[in-house]
Design a protein around this ligand. Structure first.
Ligand code: NOJ
Length: 418
């Protein structure tokens, strides 16, 4: 059943609690939520400060009992939760100084997301306990990063022009990763009927990823692998656009369709989520003439694969990126803000003068920033697209008066109907 399921990803900050009928009418089999745990929202809920409570903005634990699945973020935590001293002291972008202890802690993501030390059995047993509490089918965030190379070495300097250096060989598929996931399977998963999806960024090597999925290994049902998500990015940052060809796109999809199929390897197909810009912009043509056709064509591309299908909220409406004219202030995502500030700093340092506007970066952000997937769903042509009568946490895309759910529902030629 899970193989033929359609999973719909809901991003709670930009959806609408009163719109559950909309989901019912879409005919989705599984709802997957981005995190609703209690969080200071440094990374929109991917920084959890209480693993056993929900954020009041999204409802109560009793509400949760009526729902199904949520992103589980256990590579790292919120810095408002538990602080654990690192064994080594390094200085650099992945290490944050703590003045109370005089030591540093590791954070693969922002400094408000300290990594958890999975090598500590007490941490692991806490995680199993949290998973039992939610009894949900998890999508496990950056699961290939939970075990790091022994000794936590610094990544080698390979490109002096870049602030960040490639480090995936030290932070992904580490020595204990499969041991820990198998333990998770024994302690939690085998006791429930759950669908398990692991998110595996920073590495595309199929044979390495196979171990997470092959049925005899008893780990995950499928992965969110990143090859298709990364091939239109420059190596320095997923926020910078790279040029690609249709041949490359076909080769990637074809390769994963065939990969170890006879051995039981199974794929999750996704072309959008809350970390990716809208697919009509990235992969096809969002001009007025072609937008709806492009969105439908991309839907065909997804549903004709032999996969478990993941649809991200708004994809079924052919939502697109917000305009290039929006300024940096409209980009709410911590990834956009950090990249912008870093580049601003580097530019000032290099030029020794006042910052000039960085039009080139906004050109790339307009194509690739995560923010485009996070604007509120445009329900109708009313104020803020019917999302709120108050102030939305992000501005609603400018096209909501003429491109919204209400207008598409009932129109048999719409993307939604298709
Ligand atoms: C992947 C999540 O999807 C993304 O939103 C988050 O920023 C990182 N993992 C870190 O948790």
């Amino acid at each position: 059943m899970w193989k033929s399921a359609t999973v719909y990803q809901l991003y709670p900050a930009s959806h609408h609690i009163a719109k559950l009928d909309y989901l019912k009418n879409l005919g989705v089999d599984v709802i997957w939520l981005s995190p609703i745990y209690r969080s200071p929202l440094a990374d929109m809920g991917y920084d959890i400060s209480n693993y056993k409570d929900s954020d009041a903005r999204y409802g109560t634990i009793e509400d949760w009992d009526r729902l199904l699945a949520m992103d589980l973020v256990v590579n790292h935590t919120s810095d408002k939760y538990i602080w654990r001293p690192g064994k080594s002291v390094f200085q650099g972008s992945a290490w944050e100084h703590d003045s109370t202890t005089g030591e540093y802690y590791l954070h693969l993501f922002v400094s408000k997301q300290p990594d958890l030390n999975w090598d500590n059995p007490v941490v692991r047993s806490d995680i199993w306990d949290n998973m039992q509490f939610w009894r949900a089918s998890p999508q496990i965030d950056v699961i290939n990063c939970i075990s790091k190379t022994d000794g936590l070495p610094d990544a080698p300097l390979v490109d002096r022009m870049q602030y960040y250096q490639p480090a995936s060989m030290y932070i992904t598929n580490g020595p204990q990763v499969h041991k820990y996931i198998k333990q998770m399977h024994t302690e939690v998963l085998s006791q429930h009927d759950l669908i398990m999806v692991g998110e595996t960024p920073f590495t595309h090597e199929a044979s390495g990823l196979a171990a997470y999925v092959l049925p005899q290994n008893r780990e995950f049902n499928m992965l969110f692998q990143f090859e298709l998500m990364d091939f239109d990015s420059r190596s320095e940052s997923p926020l910078l656009k790279n040029f690609w060809t249709l041949g490359e796109l076909k080769a990637i999809i074809g390769r994963w369709q065939r990969f170890m199929r006879d051995d039981g390897f199974w794929n999750a197909a996704y072309i959008e989520n809350h970390d990716q810009a809208r697919s009509v912009v990235r992969f096809w043509n969002d001009t007025a003439q072609w937008r709806a056709v492009s969105a439908k064509m991309l839907i065909i591309l997804e549903i004709t694969q032999m996969v478990t299908l993941y649809v991200y909220q708004g994809q079924e409406l052919g939502l697109k990126n917000f305009p290039r004219t929006w300024r940096i202030e409209e980009y709410d995502d911590v990834a956009s803000q950090i990249y912008w500030n870093l580049t601003e700093y580097q530019r000032q340092k290099a030029q020794g003068k006042e910052a000039v506007e960085m039009f080139d970066i906004l050109d790339s952000f307009a194509q690739k920033a995560r923010d485009h997937a996070r604007t509120p769903i445009q329900w109708n042509a009313g104020a803020h697209g019917g999302f709120t009568t108050g102030t939305p946490y992000m501005r609603v895309n400018d096209d909501y008066p003429e491109w919204n759910a209400e207008q598409q529902i009932g129109d048999e030629t719409s993307v939604h109907a298709f």
